[in-house]
Design a protein around this ligand. Structure first.
Ligand code: SF4
Length: 288
């Protein structure tokens, strides 16, 4: 049984791969023992929502089923992408792809269009003004590298509407009547009121964006003051993205169990909610 089956998941999130680079065992425990949503995570989410509303026209849709949610993700991302050339920015863009036959999904915080180039930005909120540690930055860097690969694959038509439609069984998805009423109420054109059509438009718009920059950006923001603490820029490398995915996939396809942090990184356990309970790898009293 591979890890996806064990964790009752159908897709790997870009944030899962990033979390593997912090502690793979912790990432798995978050699924098996329930996600630990801290006040800090909640505050970070609120800031992301506020930033999205600054850029995108808010689209008030309340999905009632999985199919409704797929439509909402595609439609809101399509609308934001369509407005990218005039707005100069698009936020919260859903991205899909495939690696070794596994579905990969993610949500890009921001695409910025300037001087004929499109740059990917990831926003990370912090509870104070301290600079992020190297290990924290590594995990964030992995996430953005993966986004760049997924967007590059869509742009180069290596991952297309046809791939998406087949893998997600789009033709079999049916939206609820209640959700369709919401689409009517919002005045969405009838021809755009199907998952199939909106998926085509989404991939069409995405593959047509301007040249993709190899410079990737992570913005660290104080979640209380909104102040930018640091803008970290680095260059995309296809080899690096491939190495990350090779390492990551060995876990997902069941070639190895979830790895705990190595001895030299056991300081991370002090910040882990599973330390001494579900995970005793480096717990001093583990033999008592
Ligand atoms: S206690 Fe340490 S090794 Fe175990 S899951 Fe947490 S961070 Fe990973």
């Amino acid at each position: 049984m591979n890890a996806l089956e064990r964790l009752h998941k159908t897709s790997i999130r870009a944030t899962d791969v990033a979390a593997q680079y912090w502690c793979e065992r912790q990432m798995e425990l978050n699924y098996t023992k329930g996600p630990k949503i801290t006040a800090e995570i909640r505050k970070g989410r609120m800031m992301h929502e506020a930033m999205e509303q600054e850029v995108n026209v808010p689209i008030l849709l309340q999905p009632k089923s999985y199919s409704d949610s797929v439509y909402k993700s595609l439609y809101t991302s399509y609308m934001a992408l369509k407005q990218l050339p005039s707005n100069g920015r698009a936020r919260e863009i859903q991205v899909y792809g495939s690696v070794n036959g596994y579905r990969i999904v993610g949500k890009i915080d921001e695409l910025s269009a300037k001087d004929g180039m499109v740059t990917i930005y990831e926003d990370k909120t912090k509870a104070n003004d301290n600079l992020p540690s190297e290990p924290q930055m590594l995990s964030h860097k992995v996430q953005v590298l993966l986004y760049r690969k997924l967007v590059g694959d869509i742009k180069d038509k290596l991952y297309t509407y046809q791939n998406f439609s087949r893998i997600y069984g789009i033709n079999r998805l049916a939206m609820t009547d209640e959700f369709k009423r919401q689409l009517d109420a919002l005045g969405i054109e009838p021809e755009l009121q199907s998952i199939d059509t909106v998926a085509k438009e989404f991939f069409n718009e995405f593959s047509g964006i301007k040249e993709l920059s190899n410079t990737l950006c992570i913005r660290y923001i104080n979640q209380f003051t909104g102040k930018e603490i640091k803008l970290y820029k680095f260059e995309y490398s296809q080899d690096e993205a491939d190495q990350i995915l090779t390492f990551s996939m060995k876990y997902w396809n069941g070639q190895r169990d979830a790895l705990p942090v190595p001895f030299e990184e056991k300081w991370k356990c002090n910040y882990c909610v599973f330390f001494g309970k579900e995970c005793k790898k480096w717990w001093p009293q583990k033999n008592l």
